[in-house]
Design a binder for this molecule. Sequence first.
Ligand SMILES: Cc1cc2nc3c(=O)[nH]c(=O)nc-3n(C[C@H](O)[C@H](O)[C@H](O)COP(=O)(O)O)c2cc1C
Length: 167
Amino acid sequence: MTDENVLNEFQYTMRHIAAAVHAITTRHEGQRYAIVATAFSSVSFDPPSVLICVNSDTSIHAPLMAAEHFAVNVLSLANRDVADACAMKKGEERFSCGEWQDEMGVPVLASAQSSLICRIADRHRFGTHTIFIGELVGAHHREDAKPLIYYDRRYIDISDAPDQGAS
Ligand SMILES: Cc1cc2nc3c(=O)[nH]c(=O)nc-3n(C[C@H](O)[C@H](O)[C@H](O)COP(=O)(O)O)c2cc1C
């Protein structure tokens, strides 16, 4: 396989892995930052920790390199407007919809399915991205939220998905 084929197959594969959508936020020198991201994973329960992968070209990257905390706001279907604001607007305008509160100095979306507030414990640069590892310092969860899922370059409602295992 050529390098180009490997990349094409990788992109195709990633496009067809359904992924939860998050608004990653931080604050640096008084300014709030947000991006939409799917590259999130839990790392361990001991200590409770997560990771996010952020492209070094994004506006939130330099603030995350300097900040002490970030929040992972797991978006619900009802937060589609927040995902769109992060994709289409810049800077502070990304916070123009949704109710944002401050926790440990970072923006937390009150209506998110879940919010994980993390202290940045480690940073690891690889290729175009930096992996930020965060230790949990706070968490919120709403029982009544349906997840916002990204699949094949669009947002989908998985509650409409057929149950393939049902007989
Ligand atoms: C559904 C979706 C998922 C994304 N996931 C990531 C991600 O995990 N990491 C990342 O660095 N950028 C991700 N992006 C791209 C950033 O959201 C986008 O590049 C960023 O908002 C633009 O950067 P700016 O803040 O410099 O304008 C994603 C975009 C979309 C629409």
